[in-house]
Design a protein around this ligand. Sequence first.
Ligand code: PGA
Length: 299
Amino acid sequence: MPHITDADRGGAGPGKTTREGDDPVDHVTWIVGNWKMHGTREALGEALAIKRGAQMLNATPHGSGSGASAGDLVRFVICPPATLLRDMARCLDARPGDGRSCVALGGQDCHWAPEGPYTGDVSARMLADAGAEYVLIGHSERRSGHHENGPMIRAKGMAAAAAGLVPIFCVGENSRGEGFGDGFGSSARTISAQLGEVLPADPLRPLIIAYEPNWAIGTGMTPEGEEIVEMAALLRHAAIERSPVPPDQIVILYGGSVRPDNASAILGLAGVNGVLVGGASHSADKFLAIGAKAIAPAI
Ligand code: PGA
């Protein structure tokens, strides 16, 4: 197993991720919502409420001397069902590539091929065409429900990047591992192996990895804070080892039962740049309350 250093553990923390070549986003915390198979056009109002709230949050003076401008503090990403992407992009006036927009859109999955005889699938290019800027890749519900494996997920990530999307690679163990004391239990081995299988050779900027223990998804259970710190450090270290990406381009998210009442503690963990939220993401109130913790943890 790799040797995790203190730099890996504290390497980023919320609000310390930069994107080279873009407007400076030195103080970004990522709040990504996975709507899963929820939402028809009636839910567009909820997305609009998220956008308004996100704008207000980012316009709120934050601390002293942060130097951050509007849009730089908390980056919200909504990943709605593919059927809603185009309408949501119009409704939110979401502009892919516009680093200043507070809310960007993402797909929940894409095929590895640009087009072809794949009934029911959606390509990365189609997602981009519909207004997506990001796409979740290898979510555990795709791994378990659609038998996706490492090579498929890697190919999807490459297809996403080729279409101009930023892939968000999801990794996570099925059951709570033992031996967390030193951070190198079976869970650590699982996610390290998963990451090794899915990371493309070409550098991605940013490289976004979501640590989502399957046993925490939708269950109300979350790992202890130090467990998340260890896993985030392990992923950061493994990403640096395996991908020619500058360390300050690596974004590590935690996902699994993130709620307004635990978001503050999770977002405050060293090496965690944000959260991937499922159940609490399609309610504007809850999603914004989670985002607010990135700015004012005590609220
Ligand atoms: P949850 O889902 O927040 O409902 O646990 C997270 C996810 O599946 O991405």
